[in-house]
Design a protein around this ligand. Sequence first.
Ligand code: TYM
Length: 333
Amino acid sequence: MKRIVSGIQPSGTLTLGNYIGAIKRFVELQQSLPDCEFYLFVADLHAITVPQEPSEMRRRIRDVAAMYLAAGIDPDRTVLFIQSEVKEHAELGYLLQCNTYIGELERMTQFKDKSKKQEAGITSALLTYPVLMAADILLYDADAVPVGEDQKQHLEICRDIAIRFNNRYGEFFTVPEPLIPKVGARIMDLQDPARKMSKSAESDKGLITLYDDPASIKRKIKSAVTDSLGLMNYDEEAQPGLANLITIYSVLGGLSPEAVVAKYQGQGYAQFKEDLGNLAAESIGALQQKYQEIIASGRLDEILDRGRDAAHLYASRKMEKCKRKIGLGRIRK
Ligand code: TYM
């Protein structure tokens, strides 16, 4: 059976980018691929590669799990769990580090960006982060990993690590395919369409979070940077701000970008922005309502316990085999 695996870090407020690039997509796959198994986790071990306030972190871990469920993750279809509760992630991460070169980690764009931002106190875990991510994926023999565009390079190194391990020790890990959406793989900052919309952005003006109220969502879309051409086109090069808004409309409204362009052809941007503001406020409002229901239902812990046990069952077997393959442990007489 094919397995699909993904995760999100609880390292800041979830954004519309996370929702469009990853969460919504995962839900659609879960619904459209009845023959696949799904594993989805809150990547808390990844979040601590940069400093986090412990009580804040613990709250955010629950938040991400609840938001997954609010978005339509079905705990009977998807094994939903918290990464640090399945110790094999860290354990396999170490074994894979023994098969990964510092040079290839230093070339990772995200490492270069993050270490530039954080001049002092760059942890060694920030460098080895992609190896832990490879462990998250290889531990479950994932065939496919749905992620946004920014994770593509991490998926490539994961594939390299798996292939290298298999060459060295014999076929063992499944080499995963990235599943990157054609539309919505990179939602951009509304104030600076050259930059990715990110939970760690300094200003929240260009950032729509999944916790924003309807008025601020509408305001942020209204003030989104576009251009002075006044022409409805889907052109990421020439009109990146507008193209970003068309992408958001397209995914939330279930229309192709071309259909969105056709719908607003001949009109100025104002009407389009107003409609998009309403659409985004409605979509996020519905998500928030479900989120509140999940929190109030008191079911979250039971779901996460069940997910942890199912994930651990798979992971522990794979881990045992992996250790044997490498030659760790004792010969049993
Ligand atoms: P993270 O937590 O930064 O982001 C979670 C997911 O959201 C996607 N994403 C976006 N998609 C479109 N537009 C954006 N502006 C945008 N911002 C974020 C990301 O591509 C990602 O799919 N290392 C991962 C978490 C992780 C993981 C894994 C993912 C840890 N282990 C194993 C897959 C498999 C990360 O930091 O994602």
